[in-house]
Design a protein around this ligand. Structure first.
Ligand SMILES: C[S@@+](CC[C@H](N)C(=O)[O-])C[C@H]1O[C@@H](n2cnc3c(N)ncnc32)[C@H](O)[C@@H]1O
Length: 140
């Protein structure tokens, strides 16, 4: 639940048994969000890196975008290499790698439980206009 979660393997095992990896996608308020329109969550690649490679192995991503796979590899002591046709993305990938090495890359930690809305959040409340009219009138 904290910076170094002790329940990480419990969560990963539960996901494995339910055959669903429940990982939030990278959108507006995600800590990893960059300008890339279809960026992977680092955690998605971390799980693959841990399952399919050993420390010191190479992780190569020929469509690297902003480098999520490379960051995932580096965090787990793999050697990494990537290619992308857009320099804008590889520049960001480079910066993210530097931040990861320096230990200050913003990222969602592996195995962090998915936020469960309580129903009191602003987005869960009906708009004020809806409250002016009884619900029955809306569903007629
Ligand atoms: C789904 S995105 C990958 C995103 C990446 N996983 C990340 O988290 O940033 C696919 C990437 O492939 C790149 N791409 C498409 N065609 C390519 C090509 N022929 N050679 C190299 N990169 C290419 C695109 O620029 C895009 O960044």
């Amino acid at each position: 639940m904290g910076k170094n979660p002790t329940d990480v393997w419990e969560i990963l095992l539960k996901d494995w048994e339910s055959e669903i990896w429940n990982i939030p996608n990278v959108k507006a308020n995600h800590p990893e969000k960059t300008v890339h329109p279809c960026q992977f969550p680092i955690e998605l690649v971390e799980r693959l890196v841990l399952a399919l490679t050993n420390e010191g192995d190479w992780v190569f991503d020929p469509f690297v975008g902003v480098g999520s796979s490379l960051v995932a590899g580096l965090i787990h002591n793999r050697k990494v290499m990537g290619v992308d046709k857009e320099k804008e993305y590889t520049d960001i990938a480079y910066q993210r790698i530097v931040s990861a090495i320096e230990g200050n890359l913003k990222r969602r930690p592996l195995g962090k439980p998915v936020y469960q809305p309580k129903g009191t959040e602003k987005v869960a409340r009906p708009p004020i206009e809806w409250l002016k009219k009884p619900l029955e009138e809306w569903i007629k």
